[in-house]
Design a protein around this ligand. Structure first.
Ligand SMILES: [Zn+2]
Length: 418
């Protein structure tokens, strides 16, 4: 509750508010009125009026709150990070990853010391590639440090313009299963990038029937599908002064899907939900809280309707942590279907996405968010909050829920030893 005089200020009519501003000094709380009528207070030390033109990118305020700061260097239970990117398909055309050649972001030798320091039992590398690329990724990670790395395969969109794509894709999943892929990962390609001619023509719908054999093969082989559909709601709105992710969109203009050439956020998620309904035997893990972390009631309804749905929390503690009471209830209700993930990307590839930059700092923020009731702290290791100018609050989960979210849910889904 604000002090009475602040509340009054809010209600004041514009003319009165103007008078209020010019007759007060300092912060206005308890300063004496300037009865002399305007003029500069000789004691004034605040920035002059010209400084209001400070550039937003230069505004890096430090919180003056004196509140407990809990450092959580290691998690309460071993962690399975189900969402990392340790490799990437080398060829990309208009947002669609193609081919079998791979680019590797890190080696197990670089990653294992961090994992040991931060209590990470296993990293799941979602973008493991296809075909020979996938085999190479598994040889470089899973085979070098068994149990510490699991690799997922991706769709073979390079085959999409072939008439028997549906069958070829199902066969590629069978191959991936044979060589040890833990599941199938889809980037936001479906619905936003993949077109009839791969990189040209009409966009292909998320629920296109040509993917049905792919979903069904995943069900038959007990490979969970980790799917990213749509993006934050704000990315579908004009990138203007009312957009709460204005700075992020300004830094990454290609992340905006505003305009008639793209489906709406709502339509993309509706198509995703039709796929989920049509393939009840397939387990779908919806990345980034289903891109509905801003709307927990709606993703909750999706999880209630579809028992084959899980979510990960990767890159969304920014959203969950600004609604800590609602988020905590979400964790309590869906404690068996929420997975720990960070979307971590090693440097230098992760440098321009601080909320995903692999390192000690990133994990400590996630652990603090999940384990403490600390108030108002940064959700990313960055001077300016990269996904919107706000801070977050810990949800302070009890140990029985932490154990499931950190580890047990993922271990069960991936067929790992408990
Ligand atoms: Zn990701």
């Amino acid at each position: 509750m604000l002090p009475a005089h602040h509340r009054q200020q809010r209600r004041a009519d514009p003319a009165r508010r103007h008078a209020w501003n010019v007759t007060r000094t300092g912060c206005g709380c308890c300063a004496p009125p300037m009865l002399g009528g305007g003029g500069k207070n000789p004691l004034q030390t605040a920035p002059s009026a010209g400084s209001e033109a400070l550039r937003l990118s230069e505004f890096q305020p430090r919180s003056m709150l004196h509140v407990p700061v809990t450092q959580v260097q290691t998690p309460a239970f071993p962690v399975i990070d189900v969402h990392t990117h340790l490799s990437w398909m080398s060829e990309t055309r208009s947002g669609v990853s193609l081919g079998e050649a791979m680019t590797y972001f890190a080696d197990p030798a670089e990653l294992l010391p961090l994992m040991d320091r931060k209590g990470i039992r296993t990293m799941v590398n979602l973008t493991g590639g296809t075909g020979r690329g996938l085999e190479e990724t598994i040889a470089r990670f899973d085979a070098v440090a068994p149990g510490r790395f699991r690799t997922m395969t991706e769709p073979s969109f390079a085959l999409f313009d072939q008439p028997d794509y549906a069958r070829l894709q199902a066969e590629a999943i069978e191959h991936a299963h044979r060589v040890g892929a833990a599941g199938l990962k889809l980037l936001k390609t479906l619905g936003l990038y993949l077109r009839e001619g791969i990189d040209q023509g009409e966009l292909v719908g998320v629920d296109d029937a040509r993917f049905d054999p792919m979903w069904e093969t995943c069900a038959a082989r007990r490979m969970p599908v980790f799917i990213h559909t749509s993006d934050p709601e704000a990315f579908f709105l004009p990138g203007d002064s009312t957009n709460e992710r204005y700075e992020e969109l300004a830094r990454h203009p290609d992340w905006s899907f505003y305009g008639p050439e793209y489906p709406s956020h709502r339509d993309l998620l509706a198509a995703r939900d039709r796929v989920i309904a049509r393939h009840p035997g397939t387990t779908f893990v919806l990345m980034h809280v289903g891109n509905q972390a801003e709307d927990l009631a709606t993703i909750a309804a999706c999880m209630d309707r579809h028992p084959n749905v899980y979510v990960d929390i990767s890159a969304r503690i920014s959203e969950l942590g600004r609604q800590p009471r609602m988020a905590r209830r979400f964790f309590e209700r869906y404690q068996d279907r929420i997975l720990f993930g960070t979307d971590a990307v090693p440097a230098p590839y992760g440098n321009d996405v601080p909320q995903q930059l692999l390192g000690d700092a990133l994990y400590e923020i996630y652990y603090r968010f999940l384990e403490t009731e600390d108030e108002y702290f940064d959700y990313a290791p960055a001077a300016v909050p990269p996904q919107g100018r706000w801070s977050i609050y810990g949800v302070g989960l009890p140990h029985d829920i932490l154990r499931k979210v950190y580890h047990d849910n993922a271990a069960r889904l991936l067929g790992m030893d408990p």
